[in-house]
Design a protein around this ligand. Structure first.
Ligand code: PEP
Ligand code: MN
Length: 339
């Protein structure tokens, strides 16, 4: 169960409430986020919800039987809107377009991508400065200095930054320069990292683990939420299956399922999802039609020269067309009244 507490609940009201909840056989955990206070009750027994519901100091009580609680739609029907400032949101009812290279490489490259975003009215740019690479000999990113440079150029152009944080020690040093902390697929269940991201007041986008289930993705989001941060975005980026013809298998099923289970915005990454440049637009548009609230894809001035993931990266002409198609498809989807 989730009990939403009034901000001014007194200690004695809270003690009484906890006693009552324990009394019906539920263990309690108190959660304080930047937006609200909650008492989470974990248990299985049936009980009379009205008795607790009328106690002092609470706003509402909800039965949520899923393993994840606070990210569930069962208690919060209103979709979460992630506000990045300057009128830029990631939320249901809008279509976020996020593009940029796999890795931030040079000043010249940053300037070229930022200009591409500005020309195409794309407000959010992706790129890695700390890169999780399967091989230790591959390019591992420009690090914090690269992020600082990128932030200077992007913020002057009004572009928001989405970039991966790989470990807890990076959270603070990155803070002044990021708008969305990306948790990569390989870190999807790094619970220490998720706990720490619960303490920051900036948005967090969690990618689905390489072999992660939908349920596990939601549980990862629950870590950040219960750690205090409600500014969350879920990202489907493909999972590893027995299929080797594509880099990953983009699980489009996950989009309507996540949207039905959770109030959090869901975005799709077709670049890592299929891993083949020529098919990225198709899968991006399939993502739009499946109900996503945004698409994140890789682009680069000269994809063949990209330091990483060039094979799945669009050039600027392709990216410009795709951004237009994403928006057109979204307009068309609105007519279907999918959800
Ligand atoms: C990326 O976005 O470049 C990336 C490394 O993604 P993922 O964590 O999904 O592999
Ligand atoms: Mn990549």
């Amino acid at each position: 169960m989730i009990i939403q507490l009034q901000p001014d609940i007194s200690d004695s009201q809270k003690d009484k409430l906890i006693l009552e909840v324990n009394g019906v056989g539920y263990k309690t955990t108190e959660v304080k986020t930047q937006l609200g206070s909650y008492l989470i009750g974990i248990g299985k027994k049936e009980f009379d919800i009205r008795k607790i519901g009328q106690m002092d100091g609470i706003i509402d009580i909800h039965i949520v039987s899923d393993e994840y609680k606070l990210v569930s739609k069962k208690w919060k029907a209103k979709p979460t809107s992630v506000d990045l400032g300057d009128g830029i949101f990631i939320k249901e009812g809008e279509m976020a377009v996020i593009t940029g290279p796999c890795s931030i490489e040079t000043e010249e490259q940053i300037r070229a991508v930022v200009a591409h975003c500005v020309e195409n009215d794309i407000k959010m740019m992706r790129g890695g400065v700390f890169k999780p690479r399967s091989s230790p000999y591959a390019f591992r990113g420009l690090g914090l200095e690269g992020l600082k440079l990128w932030h200077k150029i992007a913020s002057e152009a009004g572009i928001k930054i989405v970039t991966e944080v790989m470990q807890t020690s990076q959270i603070e040093e990155m803070y002044p320069y990021v708008d969305v902390y990306q948790v990569g697929a390989r870190n999807s269940q790094n619970f220490n990292l998720l706990d720490e991201l619960g303490k920051v007041d900036k948005a967090v986008m969690i990618k689905r683990g390489i072999s992660g289930t939908i349920e596990e993705l939601l549980q990862s989001a629950e870590y950040v939420f219960s750690g205090g941060n409600e500014n969350l975005i879920l990202c489907e980026r493909g999972i590893r299956t027995y299929e080797r013809a594509s880099r990953n298998t983009l699980d489009l099923n996950a989009i309507p399922i996540l949207k039905a289970k959770s109030h959090l915005p869901v975005i799709v990454d077709p670049s890592h999802g299929i891993g083949i440049r020529a098919y990225v637009p198709q899968m991006a548009l399939a993502g739009v039609m499946s109900g996503a609230d945004g698409i994140i894809y890789e682009s680069h001035e000269v994809p063949e020269k990209a330091y990483s993931d060039g094979q799945q990266t669009l050039d600027f002409a392709q990216s410009a067309r795709l951004a237009g198609w994403i928006r057109e498809s979204f307009e068309m989807r609105k007519g279907f009244d999918l959800l």
